[in-house]
Design a protein around this ligand. Structure first.
Ligand code: ATP
Ligand code: MG
Length: 279
């Protein structure tokens, strides 16, 4: 779906992307993670024809970067960025109607997309009167109106409460089930773990680690096992034959309360790789 190879991009002599390479497969939710200012939004702009790379190869739907901004291509793409805006004095419905006309989408799609983001009741509400979470969901609904094959979401749930986030996540899962490929940037590691099939960590202009959230956690796990004993003590043993013997002894003497492996979270992996905390 998306292929980048050796992509460079500088602003005023400062290199932001430095040999960036990755692939996004059809149908997956791809999580693009990186600290603030690392170049995530810049990458989305390159992939949606809003910016040109200095060098390297970019293709989307198998077409070269130069063709991305062609109307036929854009028709297949949905974009929601942190600077996407609505007309505040119009109702939700009228905002979406404008986009229906622009994309030549049948008007019945309005109620379909509002249902996807659980906002049927707000159709006649003026946008200025919506909460932040509702506004985010209208923006998501708008990005979905023309049933894009590929959806770019730039921090879609930034600064939202956990319940609203969960609603948006449910909406995104439904969209993925319908076959849409989703490219998502986020600072929220729980979001990445909950939604993404594949994540890539961006650091100093390059992808430094990638894989499924589970495979990254596994790769960075220390293979240590924590055994909690009656009496409150927790002992840590290695995942080896000696460790097994130690656990055997604890268990056979009836001392064990619980046993845990120590898989790191994606957040811990990120800090280990980049030395920076994301959230
Ligand atoms: N149009 C521009 N002109 C000059 N510099 C820019 C421009 N766009 C981005 N930059 C710079 O490029 C770097 C990467 O910016 P970008 O917006 O891609 O980061 P980001 O990873 O999306 O960050 P955030 O998580 O804060 O959204 C920053 O240093 C930013 O100042
Ligand atoms: Mg950004």
């Amino acid at each position: 779906m998306i292929h980048l190879e050796g992509v460079d991009k500088s602003f005023h002599g400062k290199k932001v992307l430095d040999g960036l390479s990755f692939n996004v497969k059809k149908g997956e939710v791809f999580g693009f993670l990186g600290p603030s200012g690392s170049g995530k939004t810049t990458t989305i702009k390159l992939l949606t024809g809003q910016l040109k790379a200095d060098s390297g190869k970019i293709s989307v739907f198998g077409k070269d970067a130069g063709e991305i901004a062609h109307p036929d291509q854009l028709q297949r793409i949905g974009i929601m960025t942190d600077n996407s805006q609505l007309y505040p004095r119009l109702t939700v419905r009228d905002n979406l109607l404008l986009f229906c006309r622009l994309y030549r989408v049948p008007i019945r799609r309005i109620s379909e997309v509002l249902e996807m983001v659980d906002l049927q009741d707000a159709e006649r509400t003026q946008v200025a009167k919506l909460s932040k979470g509702m506004t985010q969901r209208v923006l998501l609904a708008r990005a979905l109106l023309h049933e894009p094959d590929l959806l770019f979401l730039d921090e879609p749930t930034a600064a939202l409460d956990p319940v609203t986030k969960e609603r948006i996540h449910d909406g995104l899962r439904k969209i993925q089930e319908k076959g849409t490929t989703i490219f998502l940037t986020t600072h929220d590691m729980h979001e990445a773990e909950a939604l993404c099939d594949h994540v890539a960590l961006l650091h100093k202009g390059k992808v430094v680690e990638e894989g499924s959230p589970a495979s990254l956690s596994y790769r960075f796990s220390s293979r240590m096992i924590h055994v909690k004993l009656h009496g409150g003590e927790t002992v840590t043993v290695e995942n080896t034959a000696e460790g097994a013997e130690a656990i055997y002894n604890y268990m056979s003497s009836g001392q064990v309360v619980s046993i845990h492996t120590a898989e790191p979270t994606l957040g811990q992996v990120f800090i280990e790789v980049t030395g920076r905390n994301l959230a």
